[in-house]
Design a binder for this molecule. Structure first.
Ligand code: PGA
Length: 257
């Protein structure tokens, strides 16, 4: 089985001093993860990327967003080329906070994926249903629509690498650990089956991970899922103790696999 990936999404949190402190607290855990070939990706705010990616920390860097174009009159936006230059190897695309709070459309997400691959960034494509859609039994429809729209027209050899994060909107925390219940392993299992069905249709492969209120207390409940290849962690990634515990538990579970 492929080694797992643990991704920290800091959202709009942490300044330079706090980031340095975070890295130094987690130094040993990050080294150990690197040794065991578990990818730990950190997605800080843009302003921290250049400095942080020059540190000797055993992490790989990612961004939380990018624009679909490479340059031009797009005030406040950032391109894939700029992210590469700032030391990024990964980029989150289509996070629900961007879809629902910033009005990102499926078409924009499709263009962002294209831009990510143009610049050899691995996209972490987020998909997930809202609470109302879940209660109306529309999860399958929503996931297939989001995936099909995002991935249409791509052919296998265009896609160097892809991560799909199942992030049900109703499970995403408000910033504090434990603020929302995570999805159940059963929810995640059925979402993964839908995602795999769609990938199969397009003849694509991707690493599939779960995000939504993952913390040190519930992370182990996702280990029995065969297809799970890691986690996208928001609120709990801000706290070094929490994130360190998620890394340690992941290491222990996947060691020797
Ligand atoms: P959360 O965030 O872990 O705080 O729920 C996950 C995410 O939004 O990527």
């Amino acid at each position: 089985m492929e080694k797992p990936i643990v991704i920290a999404n800091w959202k709009m949190n942490k300044n330079a001093a706090e980031s340095r402190e975070w890295l130094s607290f987690l130094k040993a855990d990050l080294k150990e993860a690197e040794r065991e070939k578990i990818d730990v990706v950190v997605c800080p705010p843009f302003t921290l990327l250049t400095e942080m990616s020059r540190s000797d920390a055993s992490v790989v860097w990612g961004a939380q967003n990018l624009h679909g174009e490479d340059q031009g009159p797009f005030t406040g936006e950032i391109s894939g080329g700029m992210l590469r230059e700032a030391g990024c190897q990964y980029v989150i695309v289509g996070h629900s906070e961007r879809r629902w709070k910033m009005g990102e459309t499926d078409e924009m997400i499709h263009q962002k994926l294209q831009a990510a691959w143009r610049h050899r960034l691995t996209p972490i494509l987020c998909v997930g249903e809202q609470a109302r859609e879940k209660s109306e039994n529309k999860t399958e429809r929503v996931l297939l629509d989001q995936l099909c729209f995002a991935l249409r027209d791509f052919v296998k050899n265009q896609i160097e690498s892809l991560i799909i994060a199942y992030e049900p909107v109703w499970a995403i925390g408000t910033g504090t650990v434990g603020s929302r219940p995570a999805a159940t392993p059963a929810d995640v299992r059925s979402a993964y089956a839908i995602i795999k069905q769609c990938l199969g249709q397009y003849n694509l492969t991707a690493r599939i991970i779960y995000g939504g209120s993952v913390d040190s207390k519930n992370v182990a409940s996702f280990f029995p899922l065969d297809d799970n290849q890691g986690f996208l962690v928001g609120g709990a990634s801000l706290k070094p103790l929490e994130f360190g515990s998620i890394i340690k538990q992941t290491l222990k579970n996947y060691a020797g696999n």
